[in-house]
Ligand binder design. Structure first.
Ligand SMILES: N[C@@H](CCC(=O)N[C@@H](CS)C(=O)NCC(=O)O)C(=O)O
Length: 202
């Protein structure tokens, strides 16, 4: 049985839960409470030396880093395929996954740190940092609007690994007061939120 080392609120762990649901795979969740430092215990560091969630174990293989876990699952369980057949489109999907893991994730994670985590820990929000992250996120929205064009999904006619990180982080938008300034992009995020795999992943 696949084992997912998981924290329910983690957008990176959610990427993996969406992928598992899209593949229809049963798995066992092992909760790692990162608010209690459980990701830094020697037992967990032996599974993921980075001391972060998620991590996954399957058939004697241990994998960490959420994007690499998504790729692993797509190779180990090919049906339904979550990357396009065409190698050029597959490369484009991976570029978009890289974009999600870099400027997009950085902007949303910064907003989450300033607007959710700091106040929870009794700290003060730095509004200059919020404003810079908002500008960065709006640049990402411009770029993604071009990438999406008139399509319903980023690289194919259905959900692929390229869409998954974007919706996983976007589930935080209502709590971060993020408005998506482009109607087509907003419709894409709403379409992703309605996918059964996204709903099942929580
Ligand atoms: N690049 C890693 C980042 C993992 C990551 O930062 N996970 C967060 C939760 S979303 C975490 O475990 N934070 C606790 C910590 O850094 O100690 C991935 O995508 O898997």
């Amino acid at each position: 049985m696949i084992k997912l080392y998981d924290f329910s609120l983690s957008p990176r762990a959610r990427k993996v839960r969406i992928t598992l649901a899209a593949k229809g795979l049963a798995y066992e969740k092992v909760p790692i409470d990162i608010t209690k430092g459980e990701q830094k215990t020697p037992e967990y560091l032996a599974i993921n030396p980075y001391g972060k969630v998620p991590a996954l174990q399957d058939d004697g293989t241990t994998v960490y880093e959420s994007t690499i876990i998504m790729e692993y699952l797509n190779e180990a369980y090919p049906t339904p395929p979550l990357l396009p057949d065409d190698k050029g489109q597959r490369a484009r999907a991976r570029v978009l996954m890289h974009y999600a893991d870099n400027p997009y994730e950085r902007a949303v994670a910064t907003l989450a740190a300033e607007l959710l985590l700091k106040p929870m820990q009794g700290g003060a929000t730095d509004h200059k940092v919020v404003s810079q992250a908002t500008t960065a996120l709006n640049l990402c929205f411009d770029h993604l609007t071009n990438e999406l064009g008139d399509n319903d999904f980023l690289v194919d006619s259905t959900l692929t690994l390229a869409d998954i990180p974007y919706v996983s982080w976007a589930l935080l938008f209502p709590r971060l007061n993020v408005d998506i300034p482009h109607p087509r992009l907003e419709a894409w995020i709403n379409r992703l939120k309605e996918q059964p795999s996204v709903q099942a992943a929580g």
